[in-house]
Design a protein around this ligand. Structure first.
Ligand code: C5P
Length: 249
């Protein structure tokens, strides 16, 4: 009798490669040269960067082009929120840049304008649900009489209906979003904090392991890497944790 074939095991390097592609480093520096230095230090370990409001007026667009030339992927976290026609025009400009992700927020015509601006480009429109720095008390202060997860889900469902490609949400909401939207949205998770690192201003946090196991497609990590004594070692440790969680998923 022939022995049963051993199940094929994916090599470790596969999981590391997959994890690397899912890590987005938030370059929240207020000066371009600091951001450039960080990209140089991180080298080939990081392939995807987020440019947000800190760099927007410090030459964010040119910096995005420079990153694209270095064959990095770029996420513009500019959180657009405006009337339908302005959204359409502004998002169309972002799509021309060749960046991968752009954040918007709101509902209805705001999102429809963003989706129209994206057109059939490869840009993915991500809708901010509830900032990961907010908890139940914060959304109550904003006038919402529901819990955070309900608001996140309702915004995710609206984003899908409007034609958005994904959402920004914490790890704890990822499973419910996936279920309520039939897995049709890309889930990008900030508020990632490795065991033992400071929460800073984030409230709905998760470790890299928890975020991957919860089903997040991409993890956004800023200060735990950019403010680490050794950013490259910090990024590598996070990628290893993500790879281990992907293997277990
Ligand atoms: O430094 P830290 O890891 O907290 O950075 C998280 C990044 O993700 C920041 O750039 C922040 O603006 C962004 N972000 C977030 N929560 C959201 C959307 C974006 O923390 N819901």
């Amino acid at each position: 009798m022939m022995a049963a074939a051993a199940p094929l095991r994916r090599p470790e390097s596969d999981f590391l490669e997959q994890a690397r592609g899912k890590l987005i480093v938030a370059l929240d520096f207020d000066a371009l040269d600091e951001a450039e230095r960080c990209v140089d230090v991180l080298g080939d370990d990081v392939t995807f960067y987020k440019i947000g409001l800190c760099l927007q007026l410090a030459g964010g667009d040119q910096f995005a082009k420079d990153l694209l030339k270095k064959r990095k992927r770029v996420f513009l976290d500019y959180k657009y929120f405006d009337i339908e026609e302005t959204m359409r025009t502004a998002v169309a400009r972002a799509a021309q840049l060749g960046v991968s992700f752009l954040t918007v927020h709101g509902a209805g015509g705001i999102l429809r304008g963003a989706v129209a601006g994206r057109g059939d480009s490869s840009l993915k429109i991500l809708c901010v649900t509830v900032l990961t720095s907010m908890d139940a008390a914060d959304i109550k202060e904003m006038g919402f009489d529901c819990d955070v997860e309900q608001l996140v889900i309702s915004r995710a469902v609206k984003a899908l209906k409007a034609g958005c490609d994904g959402v920004i949400a914490s790890a704890s909401e990822a499973p419910a979003i996936r279920q309520q939207t039939s897995g049709k949205l890309v889930i990008v998770t900030p508020g990632v904090r490795p065991e033992g690192s400071a929460a800073d201003d984030q409230k709905r946090t998760a470790t890299p392991d928890e975020a991957i196991r919860a089903g997040a497609d991409y993890l956004v990590v800023g200060r735990p890497i950019t403010r680490a004594a050794d950013p490259k070692a910090a990024a590598r440790a996070i990628i290893e944790q993500m790879a281990a969680a992907l293997r277990a998923r």
